[in-house]
Design a protein around this ligand. Structure first.
Ligand SMILES: Nc1ncnc2c1ncn2[C@@H]1O[C@H](COP(=O)(O)OP(=O)(O)O)[C@@H](O)[C@H]1O
Ligand SMILES: [Mg+2]
Length: 353
């Protein structure tokens, strides 16, 4: 049996082993690698270490060095800016374990961050260490590892606040057992939060003070975004074992251009103002449109990615609200796409989609 999606520390085990073997810089207590080597793991070295994050090196240096202090790390940004992706790779490189994860939702309860009980045992034996069910955060404290909290701002405020003691005192009291779990060295927390959720359950100032915030930007240029999408689409194609379809630079460039233009509300040449659709057209969505296109081309096409293989995906990504987004898309199609001579086949495919 093969896992559908191996964890980062499994998928990149060779790279992590190579880095560990050659890393001669000091490692913070509880860390598998030095901060320098963690950044190399994230950004690649041009040889055996492949880049995972494409973007400013400085941001990764700040993120990694934060984790070596007593402050936790908050990755903030609009959807699809690789917050989850970076946090998984950071945990894999630092602790060798990216699985200590709490998914934040409006329904996240205190037990998900502290601990719960196995009620059958609790009723038969009373409170005992064996009846206690530790949360991922508690396990990270015990083992000196990184815990991840996804979408922290969606978690109700009172539940968020259970993190304050954990982060300031580095201990988690268990009053039922008159005991506590003291965090071991190497423990820290990476939280992610969505810019767009701002105001949903904004972090209390007491909690915010425990975090250093790193804002992950949308890719600075079209070239950078094409680079990210090309790499990820190739990786995903390999891990899904899709029949090899030649990297269609032209199609990738077009998807990225369309998404960027609609996102910024301006054509690439700066001449035409556009209305933006309601949804976020993120890099992550560009990746998924192209991966779906490749699957179509591989299984039902002639093995070459054609405009028709991505058109439906693009339209689906743009039109989230069937009324207002459809108007935005039609206008873009007729005033921008149609005017581009080389885009004619795509124009026809998109019109039919
Ligand atoms: N700057 C980037 N570098 C590398 N991959 C990126 C970048 N931006 C987006 N991605 C890709 O986009 C996908 C979605 O990212 P994700 O971490 O889920 O976004 P977020 O959590 O910010 O919403 C991932 O597959 C990731 O590889
Ligand atoms: Mg995410």
């Amino acid at each position: 049996m093969t896992a559908l999606r191996p964890h980062a520390e499994q998928q990149y085990a060779d790279e992590l082993a190579e880095l560990a073997a050659t890393d001669d810089r000091p490692r913070p207590p509880g860390w598998r690698l030095s901060p320098q080597a963690v950044v190399t793991y994230l950004l690649g070295d041009g040889a055996n270490i492949t880049p995972k994050y494409v973007g400013p090196r400085r941001l990764m240096e700040i993120a990694v060095s934060t984790l070596a202090t007593d402050r936790a790390l908050l990755l903030l940004g609009v959807p699809g800016t690789a917050k989850t992706w970076v946090s998984e790779h950071l945990a894999a490189a630092i602790s060798g374990d990216s699985t200590l994860l709490v998914q934040g939702t409006a329904g996240t309860a205190e037990e998900a961050i502290r601990y719960g009980w196995n009620y059958a045992r609790l009723l038969s034996e009373g409170p005992s260490p064996a009846a206690l069910v530790p949360s991922p955060v508690m396990r990270a404290m015990e083992t000196g590892a990184i815990a991840r909290v996804e979408e922290l701002t969606r978690v109700p405020s009172d539940v968020q606040d259970t993190l304050i003691t954990i982060l300031s005192e580095k201990t988690l009291p268990v009053p039922e057992l008159t005991s506590e779990v003291q965090a071991q060295r190497g423990f820290n927390i990476i939280a992610t939060a969505n810019d767009r959720d701002r105001g949903v359950n904004e972090l209390s100032s007491a909690l915010r003070r425990r975090f250093n915030t790193v804002v992950l930007p949308v890719p600075a240029s079209a070239e950078e975004e094409v680079d990210i999408v090309t790499r990820r689409v190739a990786q995903l194609g390999r891990s899904l074992d899709l029949p090899e379809v030649p990297a269609a630079v032209e199609e990738i460039r077009r998807v990225v251009t369309i998404f960027r233009e609609l996102r910024t509300g301006l054509t690439e040449d700066g001449r035409t103002k556009l209305k933006s659709p309601t949804g976020t057209l993120s890099t992550a969505e560009a990746i998924s449109v192209l991966t779906n296109g490749l699957a179509l081309a591989a299984h039902f096409g002639d093995g070459v990615l054609r405009p028709g293989d991505v058109a439906a995906g693009i339209v689906g990504a743009v039109i989230k609200d069937p009324v207002s987004d459809a108007v935005v898309w039609r206008e873009y199609l007729e005033t921008v796409v149609r005017e581009r001579e080389e885009w004619r086949p795509f124009y026809r495919a998109a019109r039919d989609a």
